[in-house]
Design a protein around this ligand. Sequence first.
Ligand code: ADP
Ligand code: ZN
Length: 764
Amino acid sequence: MTAPVAHGDDARLADVAVPAPLPRALTYVVPDALAGDVTAGRRVVCTLGSRRVVGVVMDVRRGEPPTRAKPVLEVLDGASLPDGLVSFLARLSSYYLAPIGEVVKLALPPLDRETVRAVTEPTLFSMERGERGVAPRKVQWVEAVEDGAVPEGADGVGKLRANALKLLTEIRTRGPLPLARLEETHGGARATVKRLEGSGLVRVAEREAPRDPFFAEPAPREEAPEPTGAQRDALAAIDEALSASAATTFLLHGVTGSGKTEVYLRAIARARELGKSSVMLVPEIALTPQLVARFRARFGDEVAVLHSGLTPRERYEMWQKLRTGAVDVAIGARSALFAPLESPGLIIVDEEHDPSFKQEEGVRYHARDMAIFRAHMGAGVCILGTATPSLESEQLVRSGKATRLSLPGRAREQELPPVEIVDLRRIGPGPSGDKRISLFLHRALEQTLAAGEQSILFLNRRGFAPSVRCEGCGEIRSCPQCSVALTHHKVRGGRLRCHYCEHEEPLPERCPKCHRGELTLEGLGTEKLEETLAATFPTARIARLDRDVASGKNVERVLSRVRAREVDILVGTQMVTKGHDLPFVTLVGVVNADAALSIPDFRAAERTFHLLVQVAGRAGRGDRKGRVLVQTYDPEHHAVRFAAKHDVEGFLERELVDRRELGYPPFSRLVLVRVDALDEGLARVAATQLADAARSRAVGSGVEVRGPAAAPIAKVRNRFRYRVLLRSASREGLRSVSLAVHAAMGALPSTVRVSLDVDPVGAL
Ligand code: ADP
Ligand code: ZN
């Protein structure tokens, strides 16, 4: 072992991010033998306590080694993070007070498990949570038959020669290709392949598709349209910033269909001309094959699509392509923020208002905020695109930190659909008898069906009935592990499920508490809505889209049935509200706009507004006129009123006034301290200690400390949850108090879990 002392104050040191809940990298000594190999971004093996772990070198420097500093043991081959990414990770970790070892994990590709497992626990390199393998699927491949002779002179061959020879040459030179790929590039490829097959020149065989749901999606054969005036203006501003390498943020504001994606495509093309790489972040649910196909049609295979359907191997290959510069455009959900590019010249965040950009487990970062951060670190441009700006982004523009680019109207000159508000206090039920299918909604559905057009009904509750109550004792059946009501699902004879944990139980015949009462199902979930509609409109073809029926590829399957007009009424949760272009949908019904308003969160109005505008945008995407019905018990609420008028500016104006008066973001910053423990008393005491620590530091700092208070959902998975909220307009003050809380966390028993949520979204 290298004796650190021998180096005096001039040892070669490496700061290494190791897998431990530490706020900073640990310093190791670099033995002379490894001096050339230990560089920032490399993975190294070193000891942590009695374990050997893999870490990432954050920095290499010379200096006096800390007492008892240990040596770096080994440098691993393979993935090494680019310098620009390493500095970004360090800043992200510092901003969120998040363990650096956890933060670097976000950026590492899944690697050969074998090599890793030999030295460390596999968690450092495990896949992102929530990833599920997708069963392999068969697709048709076309391969050339060896020695197949091209027939000459025979009848009908002349026609074959023109396009078939081209196709055949391509297959012969490039090797076997999926039929769907050929269809993207050759008109009438399917028929041509059939003819070639008939002549014994090619063979069509079923093979396993790459495990990529976007693989065989044909690209629309569209030329890039000539930009509109507004698009041209937006692009000129973006071009100027890109060319000057001026760290700039743009808010690209335009309704769905106004041509934002077209601007992204051209901006990326421009960045490439300038030799700059680009990243585009989209909400997970908006990463559709249609969108990817548009990118593929423009950039071919020079786009890395990062999505949850990839196997670790495929993910690793994508990662390498970006790392080596073979590919310089990455598109994906929030984790694409960590694409291994040195310093992206352009980062686009589409649907920037979407709450899914906030990661709610592990490192709680906000991909939109960090996109700005990362772009600016490398003098790059960040474009935030949306139809309904978040209050944060709107305020960036108003305070001069971002530039607004507006795309008025839809690129294809369609009108926005009229929105009618249905006051559920006054309008009674239609023939179904359920007042949530009001007479107005019923008639609108009827008319749409009669016209042979499609409807979407949006309801924010999945399952059959959101709660089950005993008629006898009045008790609502709740989860034994969480303080929430169990939802009734009509599967396997009726099950009660918790939407916060995995708890599930059969629907009991009688109340398990008083053993007498009958149980009644209360409220309306998507399953019940689907059933009621089926009974009310027996000839209508109804489909449902929510997390229970649709995961991953299923979503696309349901949507393609809608696109093929095999569905008359689509019922669903959030999943029906985003980005899908469904040209035959002319009616959109919001079953209950109030559900999102009742969430205990200062962003409830903003969420509701976004949802309503988003879902209203689903109507009338094609050539036919659409209409939207919004049912509510609170028709005067400003979120409902402004959404009904499609008045985004009006809403922002009003909501900014409210936020300013109440001192909420974007006029202040928040840090939410989340505490939970199996023992309620322990959780409360711990939260109190942290609040006390915060208060003593907060004196004179302008930071307000609130709590501790029980969380809105006080218990989840048997853990009792408490919250302390820090609020201030001063970033420095808030940071100082947060650091005091962070320090006090160290004194808590290890059975108490604490996390600091900087810039929290939602308090549940
Ligand atoms: P957004 O991203 O704002 O929803 P898109 O870029 O997807 O809008 O544009 C909506 C539709 O209008 C797409 O079908 C697109 O091909 C078309 N489009 C966009 N820009 C133009 C243009 N300049 N001329 C003609 N059609 C356009
Ligand atoms: Zn539960």
